[in-house]
Design a protein around this ligand. Structure first.
Ligand SMILES: Cc1cc2nc3c(=O)[nH]c(=O)nc-3n(C[C@H](O)[C@H](O)[C@H](O)COP(=O)(O)OP(=O)(O)OC[C@H]3O[C@@H](n4cnc5c(N)ncnc54)[C@H](O)[C@@H]3O)c2cc1C
Length: 380
């Protein structure tokens, strides 16, 4: 067994692992990334809906977005990489019973500097056709939109490599031991030693914690996305979510992709696209989007992936209370694309400085579960 030593080992080369690795290397730390797959972004990162938004209900999440979205919007100017950012917006359609609370969250977003517009249903219809029944209004985030998660992950991988980050693909971590004041990780026939481990293993983060004998309360839930055949409307539809049902739809080229999150399911690595769930989504959404009745479905273009879900559907970012030198960056549920820039900078500051100064992540600490903390309502 050969020993490879670095300051930090990051487990996982998804968008968060790649962001953490580059931010850590930017602070002068030596970093090794161990990734089970043959290439970066093959986990949940390559399977998302790619949406980025500021429209959250808790200050903590809004602030992560307010740090992250400008990074994505200006990525090409700042770092010279096109990451496919398109400001197609997020449009939230809000039923009467949720309107008062929703407006409070908009007030919070705006007070923190987030650009969010309040629209009446008729104004919102200029973005996308929908039935207005039961809706009190809509909100639109003009900064919100989509990025290309593969492109941004590969940008951070390349930027990291330029700073000396060692990416080891086909390198599944199979054992983790704490020895004196260092961590020792086994992958293939090799041993990797470091002071800090960053657990960025996405939906597998709970399993990775168990390898080290520590509790990381994150598990997998399958999420499916369906693709239509080409549609006639040439407008680009924003990522539109019907808050009455949780059904969402957005343009993908000349088609739309659509779905509904299924967070009540039990944990498990269930595989495949499920025709029953497709039918359920169509039947749930067709009242709001009557044009779905005539929409063709491209089942071969549809796909599924895993949310890595925490007990409150928000990430765990920070030092583990029971394991020195262990940092989690996982449990993002449906938000790991949009919050990867803030996560990377926070993890780098925690390891290099012992505290964060650029973004606040105390809200996302391990010990919050069971405490009386604000719980995010805009989980999709
Ligand atoms: C259908 C769907 C839609 C989504 N839509 C959005 C959206 O619109 N916006 C948004 O922000 N988020 C969205 N998400 C969530 C988002 O995709 C994830 O939160 C994000 O990709 C997590 O990135 P990550 O880097 O933390 O994890 P991943 O991308 O899953 O990376 C983790 C990596 O760890 C590796 N790994 C695991 N175990 C080991 C091991 N033992 N050894 C070595 N490597 C290991 C895996 O191979 C994987 O590559 C969506 C997710 C899905 C499934």
């Amino acid at each position: 067994m050969s020993a490879n030593t670095s300051d930090v080992v990051v487990i996982g080369a998804g968008i968060n692992g790649a962001s953490c690795a580059w931010h850590l290397a930017s602070r002068g730390l030596t970093v090794t990334v161990l990734e089970r797959d043959a290439a970066p972004a093959m986990g949940s990162t390559g399977r998302s809906a790619a949406g980025v938004r500021v429209q959250f209900t808790t200050a903590a999440n809004i602030k992560l977005s307010l740090y992250s979205l400008p990074v994505y919007r200006e990525f090409a100017e700042r770092y010279g990489w096109d990451i496919g950012y398109q400001d197609i917006g997020y449009l939230l359609l809000v039923p009467g019973e949720k309107w008062a609370d929703h407006l409070k969250s908009v007030e919070l977003q705006q007070s923190l500097g987030a650009p969010v517009e309040v629209l009446d249903p008729a104004e919102a219809q200029r973005h996308i056709p929908f039935a207005t029944e039961g809706l009190a209004g809509a909100t639109y985030g003009p900064w919100d939109g989509v990025i290309d998660p593969h492109m941004v992950t590969h940008a951070w991988v390349s930027m990291g490599r330029e700073l000396g980050v060692s990416y080891r693909m086909n390198s599944s971590v199979t054992a983790i031991e704490r020895r004196s004041n260092r961590w020792e990780l086994t992958s293939g026939g090799e041993t990797f030693e470091c002071e800090h481990v960053v657990n960025a293993a996405g939906a597998w983060s709970g399993e990775v914690g168990r390898l080290a004998g520590i509790d990381v309360p994150v598990g997998p839930k399958r999420i499916q996305i369906f693709l239509s055949t080409p549609i006639e409307d040439t407008r680009t539809y924003p990522l539109t979510i019907d808050l009455a049902t949780g059904v969402y739809v957005r343009s993908e080229g000349d088609r739309v992709l659509f779905g509904r999150d299924d967070l009540d399911q039990a944990f498990g690595f269930t595989e495949g696209v499920d025709a029953e769930w497709l039918e359920h989504v169509l039947l749930t959404g067709v009242d709001r989007f009557p044009w779905w009745a005539d929409m063709g479905i491209d089942l071969r273009g549809s796909w599924w992936g895993y949310y890595g879900v925490s007990p409150d559907n928000s990430p765990i970012i920070g030092l583990h209370p029971d394991a020195d030198g262990w940092v989690d960056a996982c449990g993002f549920s449906g938000h790991g694309i949009m919050h990867a820039p803030a996560t990377g900078v926070a993890v780098a500051e925690l390891i290099a400085d012992g505290k964060t100064t650029t973004v606040e992540v105390d809200h996302f600490r391990h010990t919050r579960f069971g405490e009386d903390v604000a719980v995010e309502a805009n989980i999709f």
